[in-house]
Design a protein around this ligand. Structure first.
Ligand SMILES: *Cc1c(COP(=O)(O)O)cnc(C)c1O
Length: 405
């Protein structure tokens, strides 16, 4: 694993950072609070929604949403999430002092397993505060169906669009389908400001409580801003395939690791980050277009393979998920990709019920599809640093792996 490979190395996901972004970040910082206000106004216009709050990360956004909902419904404390999702989600729930409830997922769409979801929702439960559908990799899930299932119940839909900024489904923007939605601007998401989170909601009651909760948070300190700046410079230089081998070889950066940790720092978004985002609508469109060209390019090259996607309308993905048929095959593909620097990655290490720190909280229910996804899923890179030659090499690797030697 700790083999040092110097040479073209693709990151699994990347939203590039340019010198002009950093320049905008610095000038944003000098303009101060109005830079953040402007970013929020642009977001409200883009999403055609009344309320928007910007913070330091997706998990901060989720924590603040949950804390606000808890204050609005003190008698309820359960948050229902997919058993296969990012570890930041349970981290935020624990941070907010709430309880995690799980539902298994559909192996192909990563949406809830609706048989299990109907069963969970049919039970008498007046502790359920909210339910969190997640558009993993940008693949849209059926929020309307959840809305139908909870009709008549006062359960809030919190849409986890962390990986789906700018993505659409049937002409509707993801993030606007629930009662309240959030996005991540972290490294490797659809758009990045080093770190960052966005909350949007059309519900005045939720926004009113959120406004108070967000206001109680601290701003980034001077030292933290310097760190953000240095991180932005590092991303600008080191995300490029010619240099990505360098950060990848530094274990303390823990690149690509998903960790469960409720003790993360929560801040309001800084003017530096809002400045980094300047011109984000155009950048997002450009990145989206390039990524979807790469998705199409890969699917064409892999045409022999059955994919989760029906080739009708392609979703707006940030990585291309692909399930293989055995854990051994996956390990072999990952190790070849590692040697060749092709950026193929695994996803979350395990289903949420099997996170060591959380294990004791769950009954002995199994979440087989979530577990299978954690074992068998790969993602292929589709970011803007990819060249047609990279697509060829990935397709070739997967084709070769198909016939075991
Ligand atoms: C990344 C992510 C989050 C958390 O966002 P951060 O900005 O990394 O805190 C939450 N949910 C999902 C599905 C994510 O992918």
């Amino acid at each position: 694993m700790t083999l040092l490979r110097i040479g073209r190395t693709l990151p699994p996901a990347a939203a590039p950072m340019y010198l002009k972004d950093i320049a905008s970040g610095i000038s944003g910082l000098f303009r101060g609070g109005q830079t953040v206000k402007k970013f929020e106004a642009e977001l409200k216009a883009y999403y055609q929604i009344r309320h928007c709050f910007t913070v330091s990360s997706g998990k901060t956004a989720l924590t603040l949403i949950l804390q606000s909902l808890k204050l609005m419904h003190p008698e309820r404390d359960e948050v229902l999430i997919p058993a296969f999702t990012c570890y930041s989600v349970p981290s935020a729930i624990i941070r907010a002092g709430l309880r995690i409830r799980l539902c298994d997922v559909d192996m192909n769409t990563f949406d809830f397993d609706y048989a299990q979801l109907s069963h969970i929702l049919s039970g008498e439960n007046n502790r359920l505060l909210c339910i969190l559908p997640a558009h993993l990799f940008g693949l849209p899930v059926d929020v309307a169906r959840i809305r139908t299932l909870i009709a008549g119940k006062d359960v809030v839909i919190v849409e986890d669009a962390a990986q789906a900024m700018g993505a659409e489904s049937e002409g509707k923007k993801l993030g606007t389908l629930g009662d309240v939605g959030f996005f991540s601007l972290g490294r490797g998401k659809a758009l990045s400001t080093v770190e960052g989170g966005i909350i949007i909601t059309g519900r005045d009651d939720i926004a009113e409580q959120l406004g108070r909760t967000v206001n109680e948070m601290r701003d980034y300190g001077a030292f933290e801003l310097v760190k953000l700046f240095l991180y932005a410079v590092a991303l600008m230089l080191l995300l490029r395939p010619s240099l990505f081998w360098l950060p990848k070889s530094l274990p303390f950066l823990r690149l690509g690791e998903t960790i469960f940790d409720p003790n993360f720092t929560m801040r309001k978004m800084s003017a530096f980050q809002a400045g980094l985002a300047r011109g984000w609508e155009n950048k997002l469109e450009f990145l989206k277009k390039k990524r979807s060209e790469n998705v199409r390019g890969l699917l064409e090259r892999l045409k022999s393979r059955q994919s989760w996607v029906d080739m009708g309308v392609l979703p707006d993905l940030i990585r291309l998920p692909l399930r293989v048929d055995s854990a051994i095959r996956r390990a072999s593909i990952l190790s070849s990709s590692e040697k060749l620097g092709l950026g193929i990655a695994s996803t979350y290490p395990d289903s949420i019920d099997r996170i060591p720190e959380l294990k004791t909280r769950f009954e002995t229910i199994n979440y087989p599809a979530a577990k299978k996804n954690a074992e068998l899923l790969l993602t292929l890179p589709i970011h803007t640093y990819m060249t047609p030659n990279d697509l060829d090499r990935i397709a070739e690797l997967l084709q070769n792996e198909e016939c075991p030697t």
